[in-house]
Write a protein of this length. Structure first.
Length: 86
């Protein structure tokens, strides 16, 4: 399965981090880096790891109401739907 959605989410969050204020920008950049790493690893991420990222993105969206964060959340959710298990 392609991890393009994780890469897209990473890019979306990196862009959002550029216009966000601290500490939100730092948290967004951390999530962007972690999603980029997951997209490039040999082993695919599991449901639990993706769920943790989705929870953090949901919290960030509630704090900021930034539509880019919601977009990234949906990109991760879309990827997670294709992960086998659970």
């Amino acid at each position: 399965m392609t991890r393009e959605k994780l890469t897209e989410a990473s890019e979306t969050l990196s862009t959002a981090a550029q216009s966000a204020t601290e500490p939100v920008s730092e948290r967004l950049e951390t999530q962007a880096e972690q999603l980029a790493e997951l997209a490039s690893r040999d082993q695919a991420p599991d449901h639990g790891r993706l769920a943790r990222h989705m929870t953090i993105l949901q919290e960030l969206h509630e704090e900021t109401d930034d539509p880019a964060i919601e977009t990234a959340y949906e990109q991760v959710r879309s990827y997670r739907e294709g992960v086998s298990g659970v």
